[in-house]
Design a protein around this ligand. Structure first.
Ligand code: SAM
Ligand code: DTB
Ligand code: SF4
Length: 321
């Protein structure tokens, strides 16, 4: 038996650059070798997103239509009621999802009645036997602990891009703030969901820088969402040049090689991709998608289309994890 590959957290930029620049067939082949060693290659996890608190966010993320800094047509709403969230979670189960992720357009969590209500949502969804994930902005250590006690499985907090490019996209917080929240989540014993966005005008070196940062987290994030920018009207990135889907394939394959045991999610942007491009992403090692007809504020292919896609490829939806 060959010795199983050890997980590494010290990948150099040069090594990552070399992997990322391989001829695409070779890169995908290398990613497949790793994928086969660590994961079932015929399974895709279906995750469902729900925006529990939409719009009016004080942060200025240039890609986001929920930022209050831009006129985007997404209006500010109140936090949803737990009852409505549970209805959505039960529908997600019927649609085959095994993970439910609740997103709030907050800069950070504030203790008080809204956070208490989120904790109630977490307890209720956890009781449905799904993986429960939240993405609520920055967290303190004690807030992370309270989420853990409520039954939270995972917390999503993306690094989005390289440290060098970060300031071009967001000015209301710094990279170190993100790393700190991720550390609080890890310390509380919650699994980490951390990835980024491609197609914001970043260079190839920025994508490599993002992948290096993710791979240097120790342990690796259990879940790595790779989003393709969904350009939102009124945001500074509304007219960003459309990304070649093969850039997604390269990033996913590289993420798979650097973080062999993580779930790599082909996240936002699937409406802009062909079935063939998505198939290449699975070949490159993606093993998770967001299903359902909405992401947070933008459309997604929909559960029926996703089941057809998975069936066409002879793959299957991951059963309860
Ligand atoms: N406010 C919280 C935060 O930013 O951490 C949670 C919600 S935020 C919408 C979660 C992630 O979604 C962002 O970090 C970003 O990576 C991704 N995202 C947001 N808008 C996007 C867009 N238009 N296209 C692709 N990904 C996007
Ligand atoms: C992640 O990496 N992508 C998701 C989830 N984590 C929260 C969000 C995608 C949002 C796409 C734009 C929207 O629908 O507003
Ligand atoms: Fe706010 Fe999150 Fe959107 Fe940034 S990505 S503006 S933090 S909702």
């Amino acid at each position: 038996m060959p010795t199983p590959m050890a997980l590494r957290h010290d990948w150099t930029r040069k090594e990552i650059r070399e992997i990322h620049a391989l001829p695409l067939p070779e890169l995908v082949f290398q990613a497949q070798l790793v994928h086969r060693e660590f994961n079932r290659t015929d399974e895709v996890q279906l995750c469902k997103l729900l925006s529990i608190k939409t719009g009016g966010c004080p942060e200025d993320c240039a890609y986001c239509s929920q930022s209050a800094h831009y006129k985007t047509g997404v209006s500010r709403e109140e936090l949803m009621s737990p009852g409505d969230v549970f209805v959505a979670a039960k529908r997600a189960i019927v649609e085959g999802a095994t993970r439910f992720c609740m997103g709030a357009a907050w800069r950070h969590v504030t203790d008080g009645k809204d956070f208490d209500r989120v904790l109630e949502m977490v307890r209720g969804v956890a009781a449905l036997d799904m993986e429960v994930c939240c993405t609520l902005g920055m967290l303190t250590e004690s807030q992370a602990l309270r989420l853990k006690e409520a039954g939270l499985t995972a917390y999503n907090h993306n690094l989005d891009t390289s440290p060098e490019f970060y300031g071009e996209v967001i000015t209301t917080r710094v990279y170190e703030d993100r790393l700190q929240t991720i550390a609080h989540v890890r310390k509380a014993g919650i699994t980490v969901c951390c990835g980024g966005i491609l197609g914001m005008g970043e260079s190839e070196e920025d994508r490599i820088g993002l992948l290096q940062q993710l791979s240097h987290l120790d342990p690796h994030p259990e879940s790595v969402p790779i989003n393709m920018l969904v350009p939102g009207e009124g945001t500074p990135l509304a007219d960003a040049e459309e990304l070649d889907p093969l850039v997604m394939v390269r990033a996913i394959a590289t993420a798979r090689i650097l973080m062999p045991a993580s779930r790599v999610r082909l996240a936002a942007g699937r409406r802009q991709m062909s079935q063939e491009a998505m198939a290449l992403c699975f070949l490159a090692g993606a093993n998770s998608i967001f299903t359902g007809d909405r992401l947070l504020t933008t459309p997604n292919p929909g559960a029926d289309a996703d089941h057809r896609l998975i069936e066409n490829l002879g793959m299957k939806a991951m059963q309860s994890a």
